[in-house]
Design a protein around this ligand. Structure first.
Ligand SMILES: Cc1ncc(Cc2c([C@H](C)O)sc(CCOP(=O)(O)OP(=O)(O)O)c2C)c(N)n1
Ligand SMILES: [Mg+2]
Length: 543
């Protein structure tokens, strides 16, 4: 076996099911190994940010390793933003970068794609990955690859593998599979007992779940825990879509002042807020009406648990949930004190112009007929609109908030076997990576893409009214769809939107681009409330 085959078998054994990539001369030999061994299918896209986003989305949706393979320098450094997003949002992404071989490193020349030094790329990726290896020694490679892949899964963060091109065919032993880290039994028992005692004595315990319960594949265990404890459950903004395929009666998504008042009050007034797998970020808590006292909460995240000023280190999330399931008992008197949110549906098929909420209605009508359709959303008002869409699997960078995610992420979902996705994307974000749709024809992907075309960076205008620089011109995206191998149509009325979706759903095999024209200044209620809330909080926080 050669080193590439050992690496590919190890990726498969650790759960990876596909590779996204763009080749370059420093990684050509590895791409040939991927192609000839067929251990993992390879999907190539057009621009490395899209490669990273697609691999990220496949990893999120399927709760498994995502893999992005790129060339040295121009390729890998082009993907830094996407990998940073995966790091911030705790996605287990394996970055494989080709690299110069030993002889060319000693040539004394500055090599093409080299920035500062030949190790600068490794230094940059150290900042956005949890573990790294340069595979320059075939004897060490099996242990190094095992360690790095185990880190990726244990921390649910990206890792970096640099593969010099003269090592690709070197003979190499198989890669061992390391056991995941275990909790120290007595520490786990003490932590579990303290949490259950705290919840039992509380007046209003509440379970708030975040992305880590998806990343560690424990949503169904968490659903069982919620039913066992019988306490109200809500998701964070980033956690939108969690528990969607369980029968947990969710209160909804916590959005602070931008969300339903009763739900926000339940979270902010809880005297035992149990945050499970929650990233404590401004997008999750920045619009809180009453600042949540994190020291009065229980927070299980990043492999540790904090309660008050007590920290229990090395408590893997799944081990904690298993222990709570084993020792927990009914605590709450009623699981959900609030009626679950009602989502808008029944799009009127009339000549009225289209507002973001109408798109939510239309998608909810589609979901009623096609339950379980996966959603990918970009950053912009399309993501706030997604909060008016019924609970379904949703991938979106709700915390790191990078634009350009939506279309490549939708392609990653379909490539990874999630079925036909609906993609929500604004015109500004579509300008960045929407062109990846041109790759659908090679792979038979056929997402339904809804472009919110307000000819504007409208989310920024909501924060900076009167700014002229947020105006964009009208790119007529629908007219370009056919040239990219898909079907496109532009709609300006609610009847047109309904008809376009009906037609799109009736066709398969080509992407469907529905360009929804939205008047500038018309935004979703949620974005409006979010902006008002953030402004009010900015004014209220003493200097
Ligand atoms: C890669 C990248 N560049 C810039 C931004 C800043 C930014 C936003 C966030 C605040 O950082 S929202 C936004 C405008 C989005 O425009 P569009 O896609 O048309 O959506 P909509 O018109 O619905 O706003 C920008 C430029 C970003 N998030 N990501
Ligand atoms: Mg826009």
């Amino acid at each position: 076996m050669n080193l590439s085959q050992a690496l590919l078998h190890a990726l498969h054994q650790h759960g990876a099911r596909e590779i996204f990539g763009i080749p370059g001369d420093f990684i050509l030999a590895f791409f040939r190994q991927v192609e000839t061994t067929a251990i993992l299918p390879m999907f190539t896209l057009s621009h490395e940010p899209g490669v990273g986003f697609a691999a990220d989305a496949a990893a999120r949706y399927h709760t498994r390793l995502g893999v992005a393979a790129v060339t040295y320098g121009a390729g890998a450094l082009n993907m830094v933003n996407a990998v940073a997003s995966s790091y911030a949002e705790k996605v287990p992404l394996v970055v494989i970068s080709g690299a110069p071989g030993a002889a060319e490193r000693r040539s004394g020349y500055l090599l093409h794609h080299q920035a500062k030094t030949l190790d600068s790329q490794l230094a940059i990726f150290r900042e956005i990955t949890c573990d790294q290896v340069v595979l320059d020694d075939a004897a060490r490679a099996p242990a190094d690859i095992a360690r790095v892949l185990a880190s990726c899964l244990a921390h649910s963060r990206p890792v970096y593998i640099e593969l010099p091109r003269d090592m690709v065919l070197m003979p190499c032993a198989p890669v061992p599979h390391l056991a995941p880290p275990a909790a120290q039994p007595r520490a786990l028992a003490a932590c579990t007992e303290a949490i259950l005692a705290r919840l039992a004595q509380a007046r209003a315990p509440l379970l708030l779940v975040g992305v880590e319960i998806r990343r560690y594949g424990i949503e169904h265990k968490v659903a069982r825990l919620a039913q066992l404890l019988n306490i109200p459950v809500a998701t964070t903004f980033m956690g939108r879509g969690l528990l969607a395929d369980t029968d947990v009666a969710l209160l909804g998504t916590y959005l602070g002042v931008a969300g339903p008042a009763a739900l926000s009050a339940a979270v902010e007034q809880s005297d035992a807020l149990f945050m499970l797998g929650v990233i404590v970020s401004d997008t999750n808590f920045g619009a809180s009406g009453k600042t949540i006292d994190l020291h009065a909460s229980i927070h299980a995240h990043d492999g540790a648990v904090s309660m008050g000023y007590q920290v229990y280190p090395a408590i893997p999330l799944e081990a904690l949930v298993d222990a709570l399931l084993e020792h927990g008992q009914r605590i709450g008197t009623q699981a959900s004190a609030l009626a679950p949110p009602a989502y808008p549906h029944d799009l009127p098929r009339d000549a009225a112009p289209i507002a973001p909420r109408d798109i939510a209605r239309a998608v909810n009508d589609v979901l009623a007929a096609h339950p379980g359709l996966p959603l990918a959303a970009d950053i912009g008002d399309c993501l706030f609109t997604a909060l008016d869409i019924a609970h379904t699997a949703l991938v979106a960078p709700g915390y790191y908030a990078t634009m350009g995610y939506g279309v490549p992420a939708g392609l990653g979902l379909q490539a990874g076997g999630a079925g036909r996705p609906v993609i929500l994307v604004g015109d500004g974000a579509f300008q960045m990576t929407g062109w990846e749709l041109g790759n659908c024809q090679r792979y038979g992907w056929d997402p339904i893409v809804i472009v919110f075309n307000n000819c504007s960076w409208e989310m920024l205008r909501a924060f900076e009214p009167g700014a002229g620089f947020t105006d964009l011109s009208d790119w007529h995206f629908a007219d370009m769809a056919a040239a990219l191998g898909g079907n496109g149509c532009r709609v300006t009325t609610r009847a047109g939107l309904g008809a376009a979706l009906d037609a799109a759903l009736a066709r398969r095999g080509r992407f469907e681009l529905i360009e929804v024209m939205i008047p500038r200044g018309v935004v979703s209620d949620t974005l409006e409330r979010f902006v008002k809330g953030v402004r009010r909080l900015q004014q209220s926080i003493p200097a």
